[in-house]
Design a protein around this ligand. Structure first.
Ligand code: SIN
Length: 541
């Protein structure tokens, strides 16, 4: 595999320098940028407009133990339970213990969460033992958080935000330390170099690997792929979360129908009108992977629908205004009829391997949010823990950068420090290009590396993706660059899924339907090694 996404020449690039370089502008990126700006000049590069991220689309909310009836230790237990044995306890402890202070800070920054009688209102979501999920404007929580962080970041003079910047690759020095990034300026189509003392990946997930996803167009795994090309380790790439309930109307996008809808009482019904989750522990609020597979199986027999009536019809438009209106726009009044739903790819539990301080396996490279994997979500993320993850680990990353820079007395890297690594030979001019389309990859992933997997299908996917990948040489055009990143990450997901011969959390193998209780391990992949390696999960105390 080539080291760089496209060939580049140092002399052709404009060069910029900053203290901390943040890649991505969702909750993880902007919060990290804001905290880092207390100590450093910060540059944020973002692929489209600043608010365009998965964060903006989050509905249900942000889970945090702030209610009097709740505690971080209960939140800890619930996160471990949902994570199906693969959570790293230090990361989970950091999440639940730092979480309340970080959310209070977000509120001080101006985020308005819904209240009842003046007090924060908490909703219920799957696998939470308490009502623990804060929400805003009913079901537009992500929009409110993103609005708050964008306003703060744009008002902070030590933060420079540059839009339309596509991350091409991470740059290193001759010691293998990350010293910056190469980015394609989408306005000029020119590559640019950004040098920094620390680089933070906050580029989000890869839902666009699948033909059915709740994720926006930008979720193409660019940061994960760039880290992999640069030699960083990836962890637990087989664990993709499929959200059980997305809108299921032919031709319409799989718009998310928040789990909070079931949390407030909606029922799932099969084609016979039966509540098929009734006898499963947790019923409609069992962990997401369980509900998603339950729906998948029922769908083989007929349509699955969500019945909003148990919520109380008067409450629906007020509590879920965006969902109510979107369904109306698609011709369905949920107050009068049941809503067809189906699972869709929603969240990547795996990603660039980090520790509980956000450090990757490469010096000076950090990762936060969905592109990172420190084991906080294990094999299956607990609902509404992802926004909290972006805050907590963003904060910890900045603490680590400050300590590291102080200890090393680092100064900004210089252009002469860039070590352009040798790459495989570029293809001969005129070599035939593969006519591959993104849709082909998405359909392949859905069919063979989706909700239910088995050996033969996985091997077929790996072979096809591998051959597509080697034949596909992207031009410097964003859809092609994204497709290349999707091929890289799709290959890693499929390879890890083949290697894990058990069923656990978001990874279900019909040929290995049992969980392996003896051998708790994370899967690790790195460029240049053919095998998927494993490391043990730390003991839970
Ligand atoms: C939802 O509202 O169901 C999504 C929240 C999440 O992904 O945690």
């Amino acid at each position: 595999m080539r080291r760089y996404l496209v060939p580049w020449r140092f002399e052709e690039c404009r060069i910029y320098s900053t203290g901390v370089l943040v890649l991505g502008s969702g909750i993880a990126g902007l919060y990290t940028a804001l905290k880092a700006s207390e100590y450093f000049e910060v540059t944020v590069l973002t692929k489209k407009g600043i608010p365009e991220s998965n964060t903006k689309h989050a509905q249900g909310g942000i889970a945090v133990a702030l209610d009097q009836e709740d505690s971080p230790s209960l939140h800890y237990e619930d996160t471990l339970y949902a994570g199906a044995g693969l959570c790293e306890s230090d990361s989970v402890r950091a999440l639940v213990e730092d979480g309340p202070l970080r959310v209070e800070e977000l509120i001080r920054m101006g985020a308005h969460f819904d209240r009842k009688n003046g007090k924060l209102a908490f909703t219920q979501e799957a696998a939470h033992s308490r009502r623990r999920v804060l929400h805003a404007n009913g079901d537009a929580t992500g929009e409110e958080i993103e609005r708050t962080l964008v306003a703060q970041a744009l008002g902070e003079e030590r933060i420079l935000v540059k839009e339309e910047q596509f991350l091409l690759d991470l740059l290193k020095n001759s010691k293998g330390e990350v010293i910056g990034a190469l980015s394609l300026n989408g306005l000029t189509q020119e590559p640019e170099i950004y040098l920094a003392q620390a680089v933070v990946l906050a580029t989000g997930g890869l839902g666009q690997l699948y033909c059915y996803t709740t994720n926006p167009e930008v979720a193409t795994g660019d940061g994960i792929a760039a880290a992999y090309r640069a030699g960083a380790q990836l962890m637990d790439m087989e664990f993709v979360q499929f959200h059980p309930t997305a809108l299921f109307i032919p031709g319409a996008p799989r718009f998310l129908i928040s789990e909070a809808v079931r949390g407030e009482g909606a029922h799932l019904l099969n084609a016979q009108g039966e509540r098929f989750m009734q006898d499963v522990p947790g019923k409609e609020l069992a962990p997401r992977d369980v509900v998603a597979r339950g729906i998948w199986r029922e769908q083989a027999k007929g349509e699955v629908t969500l019945d909003f009536r148990p919520i109380g019809l008067a409450k629906v438009p007020r509590r879920f205004p965006m969902i109510y209106q979107t369904c109306l726009d698609y011709g369905i009044n949920v107050l009068e009829e049941r809503l067809p739903v189906a699972p869709a790819a929603h969240y990547m539990m795996g990603g660039v391997r980090t520790d509980e301080r956000g450090r990757t396996s490469l010096t000076n490279l950090y990762a936060s949010g969905e592109c990172a994997c420190n084991g906080v979500h294990g094999a299956n993320r607990l609902a509404s823990n992802s926004l909290l993850d972006g805050l907590v680990f963003g904060g910890r990353i900045v603490e680590d950068i400050v300590n590291t820079v102080r200890a090393k007395g680092s100064s900004n890297p210089q252009p002469r420090d860039i070590y352009a690594e040798n790459d495989e030979k570029p293809p001969k001019a005129g070599q035939e290009q593969s006519p591959l389309k993104r849709e082909e990859l998405q359909e392949l992933m859905w069919e063979y590396v989706g909700i239910i997997r088995e050996e033969e299908g996985l091997k077929k996917a790996i072979k096809l993706i591998g051959s597509w990948d080697s034949a596909f040489i992207p031009e410097k055009e964003i859809p092609q660059l994204e497709l290349k990143n999707l091929l890289t990450t799709g290959y890693c997901v499929a390879r890890a899924a083949l290697a894990r011969e058990e069923s656990r959390g978001g990874h279900y193998r019909s040929d290995y339907p049992e969980i392996n209780t003896k051998d708790l391990k994370h899967s690790i992949q790195a460029r240049g090694t053919d095998n998927v390696c494993t490391i043990p999960v730390s003991r839970v105390d």
